[in-house]
Design a protein around this ligand. Structure first.
Ligand code: GDP
Ligand code: MG
Length: 141
């Protein structure tokens, strides 16, 4: 079992609904640890850069607009197989397809306003963590 790190974002819908604590609890109850966190209100340029893999898709501009509509909480999660573990805790992108008990099944309103972002591979996690955090901003035991 490998200890990994992954990037997680609590999106503007969840911050507005005042459920930051409930979302973080899901991570903690499932063995992941918050090792860095900050609240940010992303600029359009930051959101466009962060989601550049989705350029050209129909949902790209609405996604950017949504992600800058209010503050987000960005965190690094650490634990055994953190990348896949986080994806499992999040549930499917579309909350209607998400398994019961997942964050998106429990809290998401729509495929767009779906509460959380999570890195989808170990390489992607490294890139996304570096997008938001300097190494010295991440707690290491
Ligand atoms: P994720 O990795 O599960 O977050 O999903 P993706 O990487 O495929 O998409 C990134 C984000 O774009 C999702 O979390 C949604 O907020 C949004 N999104 C994805 N697919 C759709 C879609 O078909 N319609 C809309 N409106 N938003 C979408
Ligand atoms: Mg994704």
């Amino acid at each position: 079992m490998a200890i990994e790190r992954t990037l997680s974002i609590i999106k503007p819908d969840a911050v507005a609904k005042n459920i930051i604590g409930e979302v973080l609890t899901k991570f903690e109850k499932n063995g992941l640890r918050v090792v860095a966190a900050k609240m940010l209100h992303l600029s359009r340029k930051q959101a466009e850069g962060f989601y550049e893999v989705h350029i050209g898709k129909s949902f790209y501009q609405p996604l950017v607009d949504f992600m800058i509509s209010g503050p987000v909480l960005v965190q690094v999660l650490e634990g055994e197989n953190a990348v896949i573990m986080n994806r499992n805790i999040m549930g499917a992108t579309d909350p209607k397809k998400a398994d019961p008990g997942t964050i998106r099944a429990d809290f998401a309103d729509s495929i767009e306003a779906n509460v959380v972002h999570g890195s989808d591979s170990i390489d992607n996690a490294k890139q996304e963590i570096a997008f938001f955090f300097k190494p010295e901003e991440i707690y290491s035991r």
